[in-house]
Write a protein that binds this ligand. Structure first.
Ligand code: HEC
Length: 113
């Protein structure tokens, strides 16, 4: 019983913290733990947050004024084609064309508290 619990816990924590390969590209610019931002705003707690709302990052005007809330659907559209979903965004990223990769990245974003 104890062994089973340990195995289940290990699987749970592994799947909660495992970072999909595609996220390595995001991590080049984005912190995920809420630390001060460098190249991009921290993605800690981004799911459900209003776009452009971190105090410690200077967003582009289009992002700050977009009125978007980062639901899973909006993240999916943004990550597929950032500059089409938020025209004029300063995020220098061409987008993730793969549905599976976007789904994995969004699943990971949901785990970032
Ligand atoms: C080369 C740097 C760079 C890369 C790579 C990058 N981003 Fe960004 N990201 C930015 C910048 C800069 C902004 C702010 C854009 C603005 O203000 O218009 C941003 C904004 C965002 C936002 C909006 C955050 C908020 O607080 O409103 C999300 C969500 C996001 N990025 C997710 C991602 C994900 C997921 C990836 C990987 C698939 C990624 N980014 C790759 C630089 C980057």
């Amino acid at each position: 019983m104890r062994v089973l619990a340990a195995v289940l816990l290990a699987i749970f924590f592994h799947s909660a913290s495992a970072q999909p390969a595609a996220f390595a590209r995001c991590a080049a610019c984005h912190d995920s733990k809420g630390a001060g931002a460098d190249l991009g705003p921290s993605l800690s707690g981004v799911v459900g947050r209003k776009a452009g709302s971190r105090e410690d990052f200077r967003y582009s005007r289009p992002m700050a004024r977009s009125g978007i809330v980062w639901s899973e659907q909006n993240l999916d559209a943004f990550l597929k084609a950032p500059d089409q979903f938020v025209p004029g965004t300063r995020m220098p990223f061409e987008g993730l064309p793969s549905d599976a990769e976007r789904a994995a990245v969004i699943r990971h974003l949901k785990s970032l508290k």
